[in-house]
Write a protein of this length. Structure first.
Lengths: 162, 284
């Protein structure tokens, strides 16, 4: 019997990957939130004992494959983001939604900057500030992601830490 | 069971190891091709998701055909038959020309142009990266697709495969910022390189002298130099030329002929680059 927490975690992560690849109209693509990172951040905050940097690294490699990027680009950024979230999860849990959003905004900026840095070395860096838009949209959508995932977890999982 | 203290290496140590592993992976992936195995394994997990995302669009196309009226199908059939006839007539002439070409090449004792095998693939409709020009197609190494294989559509060169998995491949379009394609002008054979810009609607043609014979409206075709692409396929039409006296080269833009953002079906080409005749030095 699979642990219900694991099951709901895996299902939400799959949903996040699908949202990340869902075709959007051209103008909307630049605004797509970083769903995979948001979902991982939530699960790291909720279940820090079972979700951590290793899972984040594998999810990052999957993102690299789906983006056709160098293997390790997104993995590097995701590991750092999840490491910081993991180290600070107790503080973040009691922070207000607004404060959480601000933290997530800066963490995602860092992740995107790392990806951009490698893209720049590879010679195909985008030349528009819109590149950083996903950090902003992710931070804006974070409260909803948080509430939806929390409700899902309370409904389907038996432990309630947070 | 949940323990109060984490078991195994500390989170900091694990994060550090993973960071180093990421950097090592990036270096290896950039320089060597061994990492294709890792990529292929992971894309086996991704493929069902990509297929599911594409499913509604597939269903839409299916419904579009199934629900179309008898009359519409008849009309389409008639139109296609006319087109077929026209193409047949054009092909007849092609056949004669090809045979003549072969004969002339034999006279010159040049290597004959080998026939090209083709396979139709469908684009899987998933978003990859808004700042890259990549698409995924539904054919892979099970159909003998190989890395840097040319991909074309009905009107021109689309790009080449960059990653090949069992049932799908990633295709880099000619407009990707890291793509370059050796071309020539079909009017006078002037050779150039067409660089992708990251924008879907134009290519950059750098390093063309100010006084070179190139005009707006010239068609660029593949030159076959470089060996990846077969020669003489249409690529783009020159759309913009800017000659300013204070620069060494003219600024030239060209519009790709392939329907890069509209094609659903693409064609993979198996192309054998002409082998140079074996020389004395090559013999063991």
């Amino acid at each position: 019997m699979i642990n219900p927490n694991t099951r709901i975690g895996v299902l939400t992560l799959i949903a996040a990957f699908m949202l990340a690849m869902m075709p959007l109209p051209d103008w909307a693509q630049a605004f797509r939130p970083d769903w995979v990172t948001l979902v991982l951040i939530y699960w790291t905050m909720a279940l820090p004992a079972s979700i951590g940097v290793t899972i984040a690294w594998f999810a990052g490699l999957m993102l690299d494959v789906s983006h056709g990027a160098l293997l390790g680009q997104h993995a590097l950024g995701l590991v750092l983001v999840i490491y910081i979230i993991h180290a600070q999860h107790q503080r973040l849990r009691v922070a207000s939604m607004l404060q959480q959003s601000i933290v997530i905004f800066f963490l995602l900026l860092m992740k995107q900057a790392l990806v951009l840095w490698v893209n720049g070395i590879m010679g195909h860096a985008p030349d528009t500030w819109l590149y950083f838009m996903p950090s902003l949209t992710s931070a804006l959508i974070w409260p909803w992601v948080h509430i939806i995932l929390r409700d899902l977890r309370r409904k389907f999982a038996y432990k309630t830490h947070y | 069971m949940q323990t109060l203290f984490l078991q195994g290496p500390s989170v900091t140590l694990r994060a550090l190891i993973l960071v180093i592993a990421s950097i090592a992976l990036m270096t290896v992936d950039h320089r060597w091709s061994q990492m294709e195995i890792v990529r292929n394994t992971l894309s086996h997990l991704l493929y069902p998701l990509q297929y599911t995302i594409d499913l509604p669009i597939r269903l839409y196309y299916w419904a579009d055909i199934t629900l179309s009226t008898h009359q519409a199908l008849l009309d389409e059939n008639r139109r296609l038959e006319e087109l077929y006839l026209q193409n047949r007539i054009r092909l007849q002439k092609m056949d004669i020309l090809e045979r003549e070409n072969l004969r002339l090449r034999e006279l010159l004792s040049a290597t004959p142009k080998s026939g090209e095998k083709v396979l139709i693939a469908e684009i899987i409709n998933v978003d990859i990266d808004p700042y890259r020009q990549l698409v995924i197609i539904n054919k892979g190494s099970n159909d003998d697709v190989y890395i840097s294989q040319p991909v074309i559509d009905a009107s021109g060169i689309m790009g080449q495969t960059v990653h090949v998995n069992a049932n799908s491949s990633t295709v880099m379009l000619i407009t990707d910022a890291s793509h370059a394609l050796p071309v020539q002008i079909d009017r006078n054979g002037l050779r150039a390189n067409a660089f992708g810009t990251g924008k879907i609607n134009y290519l950059d043609i750098p390093y063309i002298a100010q006084n070179a014979d190139i005009r707006v409206g010239d068609t660029l075709i593949t030159s076959g130099l470089g060996g990846h692409f077969p020669a003489n396929y249409p690529v783009a039409v020159v759309s913009h030329i800017e000659r300013s006296p204070d620069e060494a080269f003219a600024r030239i833009k060209a519009e790709p002929l392939a329907q890069l953002d509209r094609s659903r079906e693409v064609v993979l080409v198996w192309h054998n680059p002409p082998q140079p005749p074996p020389s004395e030095d090559d013999q063991p």
